[in-house]
Write a protein that binds this ligand. Structure first.
Ligand SMILES: NC(=O)c1ccc[n+]([C@@H]2O[C@H](COP(=O)([O-])OP(=O)(O)OC[C@H]3O[C@@H](n4cnc5c(N)ncnc54)[C@H](O)[C@@H]3O)[C@@H](O)[C@H]2O)c1
Ligand SMILES: O=C1N[C@](c2ccsc2)(c2cccc(Oc3ccc(F)cc3)n2)CC(O)=C1Sc1ccccc1Cl
Length: 332
């Protein structure tokens, strides 16, 4: 007995639509914000969740499944066993130990590298053609670690990098100029976090370079005002942490936006962590940090050749040196 009588003479089957599967590793604040946004934006036919905490994992899976009546039809599965990720088009890694009070970044890094040695190889085994998207911190070095452990070509290993930094930057500029953040193009590049580099020359509002936009609008500005906006990108992260203890929504939307560009082959340019060796005179070793890169179905399609001032180029070289020095202590 079927539940309903099939309608006869239905239209011929649609051409085989590619089945899209995304795996999210780590179902904490960040991983679940990303999963929820992927669901509401209908970016995948199937979402696989993985975490080390079995109860938390099953709870999150059930809680999302129970929203099915309000969401596009998406298969949601979960397991502590990485075989659940088999055949993923994109694997997003948010698993990680959180920095303990007073813990050095190197110690946090060493703890997260240890986690990655148990996460990355099984992902690569079950989905040898997948694209890896790293979100866990320190994201630039962990993207390098994922590249080494997966043995994937560098175009298929991407760090969320300064994508979140740049989205906060765009919000702050838009707020300052009273325009829509989607009309603000602005890039923060280099190392994610405290040492990022704001590219003032890259900022445009509705296609008008910001500095000339401000002059045309008679909006007085000092170089200090622009630098304070960049400082507020960093301060904003610390303020959110001090107020709610973690960040989730902005990183969730920003990573889902990257997933959309990749899986829908949008060929959009985003500031993400890429293998930067060979760009801007960076040649001291293999290092990942953020540059504006074109994203499509095969991952990184290309890296834009942005104009850098001497000061910006030097700051990127200094970041590269620091990252390479930290990587050299990992023994990879
Ligand atoms: N790149 C960015 O812009 C950005 C922004 C925000 C947060 N983050 C980073 O994202 C990471 C996650 O943040 P969060 O707030 O979600 O942390 P969280 O502690 O809430 O979640 C981390 C999850 O990882 C899981 N986990 C730990 N070890 C695991 C393992 N071996 N295998 C599978 N899962 C494992 C934990 O059980 C937990 O559920 C942190 O490293 C944080 O710094 C990065
Ligand atoms: O918004 C965020 N929440 C964070 C967080 C999330 C859960 S615990 C800590 C957060 C906030 C503040 C400092 C902080 O310190 C670290 C620690 C290790 C590390 F590798 C990078 C930053 N981490 C992670 C993180 O990367 C961001 S974005 C951000 C952070 C600092 C400056 C500028 C930006 Cl855009």
């Amino acid at each position: 007995q079927t539940f309903f009588k099939p309608i006869l003479n239905t239209a011929p089957p649609s051409p085989t639509k590619r089945h899209t599967k995304i795996s999210v590793i780590g179902v904490g604040n960040v991983g679940m914000a990303i999963a929820q946004t992927i669901l509401t934006q209908d970016l995948a036919d199937e979402i696989a969740l993985v975490d080390a905490k079995a109860d938390k994992l099953r709870g999150e899976m059930l809680d999302l499944q129970h929203a099915a009546a309000f969401l596009p039809r998406t298969k949601i599965i979960a397991s502590v066993d990485y075989s659940v990720t088999v055949g993923s088009d994109l694997c997003i890694i948010t698993a990680g130990a959180r920095q303990l009070p007073g813990e050095s970044r190197l110690n946090l890094l060493q703890r997260n590298v240890a986690l990655f040695t148990s996460i990355v190889p099984p992902l690569a085994k079950y989905s040898p053609d997948t694209i890896l998207m790293i979100v866990s911190n320190p994201v630039d070095i962990l993207t390098y670690v994922a590249w080494k452990l997966s043995r994937f070509p560098s175009n298929r290993v991407i760090g969320s990098g300064t994508n979140l930094d740049s989205s906060r930057f765009r919000f702050l500029i838009a707020d300052h100029l009273d325009v829509n953040a989607q009309d603000v193009q602005a890039y923060i590049v280099g190392e994610h976090g405290d040492s990022s580099v704001a590219l003032w020359s890259s900022i445009s509002v509705g296609g008008v370079p910001v500095l000339s936009f401000l002059e045309k609008q008679q909006i007085s500005y000092e170089k200090e005002t622009l630098e304070n906006i960049h400082k507020d990108v960093v301060n904003g992260a610390y303020e959110v942490i001090s107020l709610k203890g973690y960040t989730s929504w902005a990183i969730g939307y920003s990573v889902a936006n990257l997933a959309r560009s990749i899986l829908r082959d949008q060929r959009k340019i985003h500031p993400v962590s890429v293998l930067a060796k060979g760009f801007y005179g960076i040649d001291g070793g293999d290092v990942f940090f953020s540059l504006p890169a074109q994203l499509g179905r095969s991952g990184i399609l290309g890296v834009t050749n942005i104009h850098l001032t001497d000061e910006e180029a030097q700051r990127l070289k200094d970041s590269a040196k620091t990252l390479i020095e930290m990587q050299s202590q990992l023994g990879l």
